[in-house]
Design a protein around this ligand. Structure first.
Ligand code: ZN
Length: 293
């Protein structure tokens, strides 16, 4: 085993200590929700229930308490300073069939999360909610599941990236989740939501045996183990965060150190998902793939 593989294995084992949703919440089945702890460290508790508000009017609904309005406005301006940010915002803003709610919460202040997905009878996604922490301009998620956001950690040799850019990168990550959920088969996504808690319950009580026939059957139905499904979702979020950074830093002197750090983390922790990051690195105007050979 190469040292990096040992690190990955240790990290994955650590991530198998699931974080249960605190009991006492109002959502049905919330007590049965499990989330790998390394993802929960950034995303907090996975929101399950669809919003009870009337959210059928389409567009983007910004539900921002006035005390957070000023900082939210700075983060949004920063996100919209890029072509990718503007295009994605405009596509949701002008969509009458999909409502994206953006809110801010004091809980999980340095993280953010996306959920409360709603589909119509035809299987089309009609609503989602992004909840931003009130201090997303601080804090760097771990490099294992979040290689792109982690690339912004200041080093002695790199220029410090300011907090608004960090916040906008987190917004881009959450938009990445919405973009992706819009594309996947709603039946499979919903089945994953049902079976992942069951899978974890069995896994934690069968001596952590992945070869349990009940688990193998579930993996076939939902397209992977819970950890595989979660990492795939996270790396789609991160891919969109990378698109934002690519557009944000047009100068190679700024972009290349970030892309090199991303490549380093992807190489260590997300090798199977490298193509989706490499594709973004290649799609720069100069076509210089900083960091990637
Ligand atoms: Zn995420």
């Amino acid at each position: 085993m190469r040292p990096s593989h040992i690190a990955v294995t240790a990290a994955l084992l650590a991530s198998l200590s699931f974080v249960a949703t605190p009991a006492g919440r109002t959502e049905p089945d919330a007590s049965e929700s499990f989330y790998p702890s390394l993802i929960a460290a950034y995303h907090g508790v996975e929101p399950l229930a669809a919003s009870s508000r009337d959210d059928r009017s389409g567009g983007i609904k910004e539900d921002i308490p006035s005390k957070y309005a000023a900082r939210y406005s700075q983060w949004k301006t920063e996100f919209l300073s890029t072509e990718a940010g503007r295009n994605q915002w405009a596509s949701y803003q002008s969509n009458p069939h999909f409502t994206l709610t953006i809110s801010i919460s004091r809980e999980n202040a340095e993280g953010a999360t996306t959920g409360k997905y709603k589909w119509n009878d035809a299987g089309q996604l009609v609503a989602a909610t992004i909840t931003l922490g009130a201090r997303i301009d601080e804090g760097y998620p771990n490099p294992i599941y979040f290689p792109v956001m982690n690339s912004l950690v200041p080093t002695e040799t790199s220029n410090r990236i300011d907090g608004d850019t960090l916040a906008a990168t987190k917004i881009a990550h959450e938009f990445g989740h919405v973009n992706r959920t819009n594309k996947v088969d709603s039946a499979v996504y919903q089945l994953q939501g049902q079976l992942i808690p069951q899978y974890n319950k069995i896994f934690l009580t069968n001596g952590r045996n992945e070869n349990d026939p009940r688990l193998i059957e579930m993996v076939q139905k939902i397209g992977g183990t819970p950890v595989q499904i979660w990492e795939d979702r996270e790396y789609w979020g991160e891919a969109n965060a990378m698109v934002y950074l690519r557009d944000r830093f047009t100068e190679e002197s700024m972009r290349c150190p970030l892309f090199s750090k991303i490549r380093h983390s992807v190489d260590l922790y997300a090798k199977n998902y490298e193509p989706r990051f490499l594709e973004i690195a290649r799609a720069t105007p100069s076509r210089k793939v900083c960091g990637w050979p």
